[in-house]
Design a binder for this molecule. Sequence first.
Ligand code: IPE
Ligand code: IPE
Ligand code: MG
Length: 263
Amino acid sequence: MSTKPDHDDDAAQDKADGSLESLGLTRERAPRHIAVIMDGNGRWAQRRDLPRIEGHRRGVASVRRTVEEAARLKLEQLTLYCLSSENWKRPQHELDFLMHLLQQYMIEERQTIMEQGVVVETIGRRDGIPQEVQTEIDKTIQMSADNGGMTLCLAINYGARDELVDAVRRVVRDVQAGKLSSYAVDEDAISSRLYTAGMPDPDLLIRTAGEMRISNYLLWQISYAELWITQKCWPDFEESDLHQAIRDFADRDRRFGGLSEDF
Ligand code: IPE
Ligand code: IPE
Ligand code: MG
């Protein structure tokens, strides 16, 4: 039997399994939930004289790397913006390819997801998503539901305004049905009717490809998220970028409208 104190064993274990402490961070300083706007696939391809869809294909490799690293670091949740409610304006062949990639990802990653104990969930409206893609998504959601690890939330046909409209409709319905008093409509009444009900709010929002905008992503939930924007396009996003974002987050002074501890 080891004579070392338990916490030493824990620290050694943390280093070995690549948890956040191995980045030199305490869990209190680290984000629980990271949300990502995976942007710049098209530009990545255009700069290489490749068709836009090639950028999306390469983007899937970044998704794989990021999910695996986030799970290894034992984040509580990673939410990835896969398709916005505005992306339907794109050419049909690009949308078809995105749907194909989504379906393939669900099939090919299932085993890794199960090995890493990841729980898959989705947010967004299901309309417009082909039935065969929905079937593979649902299969992965069901299979992974009892896993105990990180939640991987995929925002598919997601729009924050749609989500708020849907939440308000649910509030109205519940008030009309007598399940909710109009006087009881507060923040909780709304957040518990969002697609993200029960999930922690993102602490850190990462956007690749340099745009300084939110593009209708998680408007309610990111009220106090720290923003981290990189010029790198999504297919070039690597584990080291995720580490840098987390380290920078740990150095931020989150005041939530109050005063910093130094004052
Ligand atoms: C992000 O890359 C992926 C999706 C929106 C589906 P883009 O396709 O928006 O790439 P850019 O912004 O045109 O470079
Ligand atoms: C946001 O990227 C949506 C996703 C990453 C899925 P967009 O490329 O659609 O955003 P805009 O059009 O530049 O705002
Ligand atoms: Mg874009």
